[in-house]
Design a protein around this ligand. Structure first.
Ligand SMILES: Cc1cc2nc3c(=O)[nH]c(=O)nc-3n(C[C@H](O)[C@H](O)[C@H](O)COP(=O)(O)OP(=O)(O)OC[C@H]3O[C@@H](n4cnc5c(N)ncnc54)[C@H](O)[C@@H]3O)c2cc1C
Length: 304
């Protein structure tokens, strides 16, 4: 049973730093693990208490993708995020948002900067992702030109304001690295959905830092039992499709016939892959299946 629970009062207004000048901060929270249980027991009746304790009930609800009991708890954050990262964040439509207005106020004078050793190469296999770190010598040049560009963009903005241009127009050339701030309120069900997507290795590194901070520094402390179930049944679980299952079955039959034991080689996996994938040169679904089987220790190699 998780026991590292912290109260809202212990966490409220504590700024957890993210990136070079961002943060996430708990403003308010309605409910805790017991709110989920309380809501669910209305549906299942008082008798449930005898057959399942609170932890088992929460775990059952999450395992079986029940949603509304988790919507009974709500969490409100204040976040400071670079605008490009915020652009991804704001796609999550189920939250309530109020953002700092750069029509009303002068834009926050802070832009996200990249240390020399944090420039990433384009991923070779994933068109949306990053690969390895670029050499620091190249990074030093990028960091230097980034600084010059950010300084000049800010100077242009300031010059426009000084000359009397309206804030709503002067801001048009501010770069996306400029920090913005927002209040962000969301129910626990949709927050977990956000965290599942944005803590995942496929999400961009920057937003992953925010999601991980929210998850591990705040949600885990406020909802330890829900957090435990979320990790067991969602974040760290694997979903097998029909095609994955049929591939596993074919591998088992092939392994028995050839008297080989797992972990099988990638060539053995390709030999027994699902017939739907066989003719394809590139197949994302096959790559995903391979990655899952690597995680399970059935195929040799590192999971993506
Ligand atoms: C790794 C990654 C890559 C991405 N790449 C791209 C990209 O290239 N281009 C791009 O445009 N976006 C991209 N996105 C954004 C993505 O497509 C979603 O818009 C975003 O993740 C929000 O997810 P959501 O709609 O499930 O969440 P929310 O908006 O929070 O919604 C939560 C859930 O509520 C329900 N819901 C909400 N609104 C509605 C509605 N109007 N009708 C029906 N059901 C609703 C849905 O079940 C939804 O899953 C990417 C996201 C991730 C995580």
């Amino acid at each position: 049973m998780p026991s590292n629970k912290q109260s809202v009062e212990e966490l409220r207004w504590k700024k957890f730093p993210v990136l070079d000048d961002g943060f996430v901060c708990l403003v308010d929270c309605m409910g805790d693990d017991s709110s989920v249980v309380q809501a669910a027991r209305v549906s299942y009746g008082a008798g449930t208490k005898k057959v399942s304790d609170d932890r088992s009930l929460i775990r059952y609800l999450l395992r079986h993708r029940h949603t509304t009991p988790f919507e009974m708890a709500e969490v409100k954050f204040l976040v400071r995020v670079p605008m490009d990262c915020w652009r991804q964040w704001i796609r999550h439509r189920t939250a309530n948002v109020n953002e700092y207005s750069t029509r009303y106020s002068v834009a926050i004078d802070s832009a996200q900067t990249t240390p020399t050793d944090e420039w990433r190469s384009q991923a070779e296999t994933n068109r949306q992702g990053s690969g390895d770190a670029l050499p620091t010598e190249a990074g030093a040049e990028f960091t230097e030109s980034e600084r010059a560009f950010q300084d000049s963009a800010r100077a242009l903005y300031q010059a426009r304001l000084d000359a009397g241009v309206a804030r709503e127009q002067a801001r048009k050339d501010l770069p996306l690295c400029t920090y913005t701030e927002a209040y962000w309120k969301i129910d626990l069900h949709n927050l977990l959905h956000f965290l599942a997507l944005r803590m995942d290795a496929h999400a961009q590194w920057e937003i992953r830092q925010y999601a991980t901070t929210i998850g591990e520094q705040i949600v885990e402390k406020l909802f330890p039992t829900v957090w435990e179930a979320f990790n067991d049944y969602r974040r760290k679980a694997a979903f097998l499709t029909r095609l994955d299952i049929e591939t596993i079955q074919a591998l088992q039959v092939g392994a028995a016939a050839a008297s080989v034991l797992p972990p099988y080689s990638e060539a053995f996996f390709l030999e027994h892959q699902h017939p739907d994938w066989k003719e394809l040169n590139r197949c994302r679904e096959r790559d995903e299946c391979l990655s899952k089987l690597r995680r399970l220790g059935m195929v040799a190699g590192e999971a993506e």
